[in-house]
Design a protein around this ligand. Structure first.
Ligand SMILES: *Cc1c(COP(=O)(O)O)cnc(C)c1O
Length: 521
């Protein structure tokens, strides 16, 4: 395996070069990049370390006796490899990110500055409590605002993502039921639910049953009420829901669930649409996670980091997991042990080894304090206004299944109805890549055929929205007219359309060991 001075290996670049019409495969500043497994080798390292002098192994024959097969590059090759890959990423700092159900909005740089302050960024979870009073004060104050904004009794701060928060809420519900000697078996979930909801309930050991939606895209209250019974531990409802609609019957729903002795879990991932306007506690909700990385802005495009504090009602508050921060005079205490827990050991346990995601707490508190009550309310109002602007600007070219029933909340939902024969949501998504946009959420929620879910958020200007609407309108028109070029989009991206079935069914995930290494064994 030979690598020339620039790290480029002819056998890797050759095929691409042919199709791109250049020797390297690069197209001007769009730089071609092979997988690290294709350009790295088992011999090269970034740093030369002297071979270890004979050390007596204490692993009694269990030690590794052949290379682990991690491909190596020199330091400049490594830096270039990842920098080139990073240039193929789409990011909220590059353009509008229309993904629905994700709240991809601008992350104010002020938050980043605060999160990087040494006193927050450089502390250790095991540092003596008296040396990290400021950090504990931040957790305490953020907890106060989350409880205030939601009208709830308490908050468990430690869960590290929305889905982790769901698990926390469901475990609190189970602890409350067990405390009254009433173990139950089933959790009800509407069919439009985010996939994490049924996954969480199943993971916690509950049977999951679907509740249908009405033709209006909301939970069927009559069907839900009819299913309630002594086996139902709780329901998990997303509000606003994944069709981008507010569940108007929430109070009646909560009352019916409580009358049946069960609890209401709310998936609060869409809190951005109602923050400052609606307090979930007033709707009878018992537990709700808040995705700090969505509503309260933390960069989260790459799947993390996240933070999912769970606000809890009076009935569930005693069962909140440890640890939590308590203020005594001017001192902030981290309550970590059930024995000193004033709730007499009702906490169901812990969600994390330590206290949660400090970096996210500082960002969220900076965001909340810099917006203020009026600013947060405007966040929700502008997010809803922008989504309705998208909905009404496109509902003449794209089918909007619930468009007739009134305004949407934070996201606009379209279907593939009315596209030319053989044209699909996937074709539209791929053509949007050619237009320079990350595609919207597609084929979710499942209640709509060929769903396209678009959440512009409040941070996009009218000019930015108009450009996006123009691009999507143009693509939608081509899909209605059956433009054959659309079927092979994207045409201008680093990669053309992939065989998605092959990629899903036969992914190549294993580094094939160099033959020499295997032979040397
Ligand atoms: C994002 C999201 C989740 C999961 O949150 P994570 O922080 O990604 O774990 C759950 N439900 C809905 C509706 C969401 O949009």
């Amino acid at each position: 395996m030979t690598i020339n001075a620039s790290g480029w290996r002819p056998e890797v670049g050759a095929g691409v070069a042919e199709s791109a019409g250049t020797y390297t495969g690069n197209r001007a500043l769009m730089l071609e990049e092979a997988l690290i497994f294709e350009i790295g080798d088992g011999e090269t390292t970034g740093v030369d370390i002297a071979a270890p002098s004979a050390v007596k192994s204490r692993l009694a024959g269990l030690e590794r006796n052949r290379p682990i097969g991690i491909p190596g590059l020199s330091e400049p090759e490594t830096v270039r490899h990842y920098t080139r890959l990073s240039r193929q990423n789409y990011a909220i700092d590059l353009g509008l990110f229309p993904l629905g159900s994700c709240t991809m909005k601008h992350n104010p740089r002020l938050n980043e500055k605060i999160a990087r302050m040494k006193g927050f960024a450089d502390i250790h979870p095991l540092a003596p409590r008296e040396t990290v009073q400021g950090a504990l004060a931040v957790i305490h104050e953020l907890a106060h605002w989350l409880v205030t904004l939601t009208g709830m009794k308490a908050v468990a701060m430690s869960p590290k993502a929305g889905a982790h928060g769901e698990l926390c809420g469901i475990l609190a519900i189970r602890a409350a039921l067990e405390a009254r000697g009433d173990a139950r078996s089933t959790i009800l979930v509407p069919e439009s639910a985010h996939g994490t909801n049924p996954a969480t309930a199943a993971f916690a050991g509950y049977a999951v049953e679907n509740i249908p939606a009405t033709a209006e895209g909301r939970v069927d209250l009559a069907a839900l009420t009819a299913r309630l019974g002594p086996d139902v531990a709780g329901v998990m409802i997303t509000n606003p829901n994944t069709c981008g609609l507010f569940e108007r019957d929430m109070k009646a729903l909560s009352a019916a669930v409580h009358a049946a002795g069960a609890f209401v879990y709310c998936d609060g991932a869409n809190f951005n649409a109602i923050v400052g306007r609606v307090r979930p506690g007033d709707l009878g909700i018992d537990a709700m996670h808040i995705n700090l990385h969505k509503t309260f802005s933390t960069p989260h495009g790459g799947g993390g980091p996240g933070s999912g504090p769970v606000v809890l009602s009076e009935a569930l508050a005693p069962f909140a997991p440890l640890p939590y921060v308590e203020r005594q005079g001017d001192t902030f205490l981290l309550i970590e042990e059930e024995t000193v827990d004033e709730r007499q050991g009702k906490a169901f346990g812990r969600m994390t080894a330590f206290h949660g995601q400090m970096g996210m707490y500082t960002r969220a508190l900076a965001y909340i304090l810099s917006h203020g009550a009026d600013g947060l309310r405007q966040v929700a109002e502008d997010a809803v206004l922008n989504a309705n602007y998208v909905l009404r600007s496109l509902d003449d070219v794209l089918d909007a299944p619930f468009g007739q029933t009134g305004p949407c909340m934070h996201e606009a939902l379209f279907s593939d109805g009315g596209l030319a024969e053989g044209f699909t949501t996937l074709d539209i998504a791929k053509a949007l890549i050619d237009e320079g946009y990350h595609p919207m959420t597609m084929y979710f929620p499942l209640v709509v055929h060929g769903a396209m879910l678009i959440e512009p958020t409040e941070t996009e200007s009218k000019a930015t929205l108009d450009q996006f609407i123009g691009a999507l309108r143009s693509v939608a028109m081509r899909a209605k007219q059956g433009d054959p070029l659309l079927k092979s989009a994207p045409h201008y991206a680093p990669r053309r359309r992939l065989d998605e079935t092959l990629a899903a069914r036969k992914p190549v995930l294993v580094w094939k060991e160099p033959e020499e290494a295997v032979a040397a064994e």
